[in-house]
Design a protein. Structure first.
Length: 282
């Protein structure tokens, strides 16, 4: 596996691979790999001839006061893990390579960026959309792999790719979970042991929603209430929002039908955690 730091070099490598008839897959990450990241890499390695994993803790998607300075990092471990998954290139630029002096352009996916996580984190999805647009240009891959765990991010990037005609197929990879259901996240390292246990309430609340839906419930307010009950029984977890909406356009639903996303965010100690489930209903 080759480590690449320079955008121009990265692009040359991918253009050359494509000129030789290879398919290229892109896996954007902020590093500190867990099984969720590795699953994305595995899918990409299985489906593409060459895989580029990008490792960049993108400053513009963090607000002042967010955890940018504390965000966990371990380059050597990440390098070893990516290599052992069969990744061809690890693109790990510095902030100056991505945001050189005078950088002034941004991509805003209106609407989708201001609801749910966007309401509590203004500017976050603009930072995400802008850096992913840049990565699509630096790594002109045929397919890009994103985790279902970040459902709103998937919706925003899907919209951006459609709206701006990026010639890349967006692939969604299912959420990888710990044995007790907690969605894997680099931010789980922030949790104290008691908080780690309490954090399973997010998954349990979604499981309660799933049970209601399986038993025929379609009223969003009933499902929202059930989620709230599970979360509020856990004093260490403070719910930020629950959204019951369409999975593509994130429009709120009062009655569940079609492809439904149930997503939530909560604070547990120092960590802000998110989780979701998607339901295909008639
Ligand atoms: P991050 O490094 O947290 O920005 O995540 C990089 C990619 O990994 C994103 O596409 C995430 O959605 C995805 N990802 C993060 N956690 C998980 C998980 N538990 N299961 C599947 N994908 C994940």
């Amino acid at each position: 596996m080759e480590i690449v730091r320079e955008p121009a070099e990265m692009r040359r490598i991918v253009e050359l691979a494509r000129a030789r008839g290879k398919t290229v897959g892109l896996v954007p990450t902020m590093g500190f790999f867990h099984r969720g990241h590795l699953e994305l890499m595995r899918r990409a390695v299985a489906e593409c001839d060459e895989v580029v994993v990008t490792l960049f803790v993108n400053p513009t998607q963090f607000a002042p006061g967010d955890d940018l300075a504390d965000y966990p990092r371990d380059f050597d471990r990440d390098r070893r893990l990516a290599e052992s998954e069969g990744v061809s290139y690890l693109f790990a630029p510095g902030p100056g390579e991505i945001y050189p002096r005078g950088f002034a352009t941004s991509v805003e996916v209106e609407g989708l960026s201001s609801v749910m996580c966007g309401a509590g984190r203004p500017g976050h999805f603009q930072g995400v959309a802008t850096v992913v647009a840049k990565l699509f240009n630096i790594v002109p891959a045929q397919a890009a792999y994103f985790g279902q765990k970040d459902a709103q991010q998937l919706a925003v990037i899907g919209a951006m790719a459609r709206d701006l005609n990026f010639p890349v197929v967006i692939k969604a990879v299912p959420t990888m979970r710990e044995d007790d259901g907690l969605a894997m996240s680099s931010r789980n390292v922030y949790l104290e042991p008691e908080e780690r246990e309490a954090a399973t309430a997010l998954f349990h609340s979604l499981t309660a929603a799933r049970e209601l839906i399986c038993s025929g419930e379609r009223d969003a307010s009933v499902i929202r209430e059930a989620i709230g009950e599970v979360i509020s029984a856990e004093p260490l977890v403070s719910l930020e929002y629950v959204s019951i909406c369409g999975n593509i356009y994130l429009e709120p639903l009062s009655e569940l039908s079609g492809e439904v996303l149930i997503a939530l965010a909560a604070r547990v100690g120092k960590a802000r955690l998110i989780d979701n489930m998607v339901f295909e209903l008639g």
